[in-house]
Write a protein that binds this ligand. Structure first.
Ligand SMILES: C[S@@+](CC[C@H](N)C(=O)[O-])C[C@H]1O[C@@H](n2cnc3c(N)ncnc32)[C@H](O)[C@@H]1O
Ligand code: SF4
Length: 391
């Protein structure tokens, strides 16, 4: 049986752990900094470059001769960084691994955007913007605790559209406090009319420990019911499908040629090196994650150590489970041929009982070439994923 293999090419993820302020529903590793001071920005970029070198030295046998396929600046709010910082980092990645990459994504908060930076980002080699729109209604933005109003976000978005990036995505949140179906539909119409070719749509999740989770526990936050949330999800999928967006992952929709190459790497278990606070990596059978607290991450690097919170070498059983768990996220599903090539047998041989149970619940179906979620499975995907996580 073959061991989990490394891909020859590489994706690089960079976590930017700064936001103007922290949204009350958010559980990402971020610090509220207002505007990002140039000294703090320079120091963080220096530390990222140091992490790149420490990691390359420690994993030389796994990282040399790689071709750089994608880079993703996520956060946090990467658009708080100046274009010169992005340029510096991209230059270092292209020198360390053979670049330039095919796709460079930058996440951006349109409500607090310095619009003059947008053409500068394009000039550094950014090919794709992921715009955190969330909603185009002031009441919903306010209830979500966002710092901006819809008109400001639209101004930021239009500055992005004017520059002509090869691809552009908008993040929307649905099932937000007091949000109606009609409001969601109007947001979608606007996004479609603006010609944005990729949409990521997330049902609002109550993350433990966030102000939203606490308010909800005290009965101070009214959210749409599960049925309403499922209905909104259905509505959203139908409207985007009618407008020519293919759903290619549970939360992601794209017009032809606009799927996120970087994010597809995660779902296909292709190698990604994560740099920065809390960033996660997969290199062949090695999975590791960085420290979540910025100070601890920094101290490790200053002491010449890799800033790891955890690292594990996945067993073949772990890799098989991940292949199903992540593969089912994709609407194409799990390729039988790929699975057989990696693990030397059919998915049924390893997970017969789980797959049978999911089929009988109407959550998973199959063709000669793939196993995939049914319509019902898309709506209740967490039930499917839970069968394959853990032992
Ligand atoms: C790192 S943020 C993207 C950029 C930027 N920080 C922003 O918020 O505008 C990634 C996306 O995750 C989504 N998100 C964050 N927390 C969420 C939650 N609790 N439930 C649903 N979606 C969430 C939002 O749509 C957000 O745009
Ligand atoms: S701006 Fe984005 S990353 Fe920052 S706190 Fe809000 S949702 Fe989280």
């Amino acid at each position: 049986m073959s061991a989990p293999t490394s891909s020859a090419d590489l994706g690089v993820y960079v976590h930017v752990p700064f936001c103007e302020r922290v949204c009350p529903y958010c559980d990402f590793a971020v610090d509220a900094v207002g505007r990002l001071e140039p000294a703090l920005e320079r120091a963080y970029v220096e530390l990222l470059l140091r992490e790149l070198e420490v990691t390359r030295a420690a994993l030389a046998n796994r990282l040399e001769t790689r071709v750089l396929a994608t880079v993703y600046f996520g956060g946090g709010t990467p658009s708080l960084l100046q274009a010169a910082s992005i340029e510096r980092l991209l230059g270092a990645f292209s020198a360390a691994f053979r670049g330039p990459p095919d796709e460079v994504t930058l996440e951006l908060n349109p409500g607090i955007l310095e619009c003059r930076r947008v053409p500068e980002y394009r000039a550094t080699g950014v090919t794709r913007l992921s715009v955190g729109l969330q909603s185009l209604h002031d009441t919903t933005l306010k209830r979500l605790g966002r710092a901006h109003k819809a008109a400001e976000a639209l101004r930021g978005l239009e500055a992005c559209l004017a520059v002509g990036f090869p691809s552009l995505s908008a993040d929307l949140i649905y099932a937000a406090p007091d949000q109606s179906e009609d409001e969601l539909l109007r947001d979608l119409e606007r996004v479609i009319d603006l010609g944005i070719p990729h949409v990521s749509a997330y049902a609002l999740t109550l993350e433990p420990g966030t102000p939203f989770a606490r308010a909800h526990a005290r009965g101070r936050l009214r959210l749409p019911s599960e049925d309403e949330s499922v209905r909104m999800g259905r509505l959203l999928r139908a409207r985007l499908a009618a407008a020519g967006y293919a759903q290619y992952e549970i939360s992601n929709f794209a017009r032809p040629g606009h799927r996120s190459r970087h994010n597809q790497r995660y779902w296909c278990r292709e190698d990604v090196l994560g740099l920065g606070v809390s960033a996660a990596s997969l290199l062949g059978e090695l999975r590791f994650q960085n420290l979540r607290a910025r100070r601890a991450w920094q101290s490790a690097l200053e002491a010449g150590r890799r800033p790891l919170a955890e690292a594990e070498s996945l067993s073949e059983e772990d890799a098989r489970r991940e292949t199903l768990y992540l593969g089912f996220r994709r609407l194409d599903g799990v390729s039988r041929a790929d699975y057989r090539r990696r693990f030397g047998a059919s998915p049924e041989l390893h997970f017969g009982a789980e797959l049978e149970a999911l089929r009988s619940l109407g959550l998973v179906c199959e063709s000669a070439s793939h196993l995939r979620l049914t319509e019902r499975g898309i709506l209740f995907a967490d039930e499917v994923f839970l069968r394959f996580v853990g032992r």
